[in-house]
Design a protein around this ligand. Structure first.
Ligand code: 13P
Ligand code: SF4
Length: 310
């Protein structure tokens, strides 16, 4: 972690009090943000926290689709995001007009959208899922109904394997971070650390998941590594999860395998947020998420359907 400017931390604490704000941070945020956040979590946990918040301002330290979800679930709050360009490759590969065209051609298909989609795509969807509940959500849909699962092909393939669902089409989108984790590099890491268990995010390719002892969301990976009696883990997700892993399991060793794109395991979108732009957005309440009432109404339906699945 970089040396932190104490003044900026104090300024953020003051602004938070003055604006009646909460800071929600995803596990992939820089350590300095996770350190001062009111809650750290995966996309499902953060959506629930946002929905239940009773103050005035949600400062969402994550990417834009997560902040949009917070606004949809709690529309009377002001939702700010430190950098509006904190996007996601999965959102980019799945434009709403293509989903509308697909629905016209296949009106019988149930559209199951991963939460990593734009609010416009959510508004076209029947139900949303996250990496934590995707298998459960697909299992909640009657077996005879054909499904379009979008946009992550690796998560889609994993869900298809786990549910045995034959009538499920899968959009061919991918995460620029997880999709480029190579099975070959994981095999090398396993030979270097023969006692380590492998925990992977389901956005990784099937060849990586096949070599894994556990597959789950970011929070589920952390829970697995903390509760499992093993001492060493190879972690196939974004390296921001180290922050919680080091705190919650200080005696254990965690190894991260660099991906093929940048030789790191960092999400460039998540890393656009920092203490400076977090302070600025709390000060100015900009950039903020603005959505029409109609968009909120349409996108809320499939998200609420997800939250209702037990
Ligand atoms: P989680 O739902 O596990 O937080 O994943 C979100 C994400 O963007 C993973 O790349
Ligand atoms: Fe999107 Fe991948 Fe970054 Fe997650 S890690 S926000 S899926 S680009």
């Amino acid at each position: 972690m970089q040396a932190v400017d104490v003044n900026i931390v104090e300024e953020i604490a003051r602004l938070k009090r003055e604006k009646r704000a909460i800071i929600l941070a995803h596990h992939y945020q820089v350590d300095e943000i996770q350190e001062i956040a009111d809650a750290i979590g995966d996309s499902l946990e953060l959506a629930r926290r946002a929905k239940d918040f009773e103050g005035d301002v949600i400062a969402f330290c994550g990417v834009k689709f997560m902040a949009e979800t917070a606004k949809v679930l709690n529309p009377t709050r002001t939702v700010v995001l430190p950098d509006l360009d904190a996007g996601c490759s999965l959102v980019d590969c799945c434009p709403a007009d293509q989903i509308r065209a697909y629905k016209e051609l296949h009106p019988d298909h149930v559209i199951v959208s991963y939460i990593n989609t734009s609010v416009e795509v959510k508004a076209e969807s029947d139900i949303i899922c996250t990496s934590r509940n995707a298998v459960k959500i697909v299992n909640s849909i009657p077996a005879e109904k054909p499904i379009l699962f979008l946009p992550d092909m690796n998560l889609g393939n994993y869900v298809k394997q786990q549910t045995g669902r034959e009538n499920m089409k899968i959009w061919q989108g991918a995460c620029i971070v997880h999709h480029t984790f190579a099975a070959r590099k994981l095999a090398t890491a396993k030979s270097e650390h023969p006692n380590a268990l492998v925990a992977s995010h389901p956005e990784c390719p099937n060849e990586v998941l096949k070599q894994s002892d556990f597959v789950g969301s970011t929070s589920a990976i952390i829970e697995y590594c903390v509760s499992n009696p093993a001492r060493e883990f190879i972690v196939m997700t974004e390296s921001g999860v180290q922050h919680s892993l080091k705190k919650l399991a200080p005696g254990k060793e965690f190894y991260f395998v660099p991906n093929e794109n940048c030789n790191c395991s960092e999400c460039p979108y998540m890393k656009r947020n920092n203490l400076e732009n977090l302070r600025d957005c709390l000060e100015t309440l900009q950039p903020r998420i603005e959505l029409s009432d109609e968009m909120i109404r349409r996108a809320a339906l499939p998200i609420e359907r997800m939250l209702a699945v037990k």
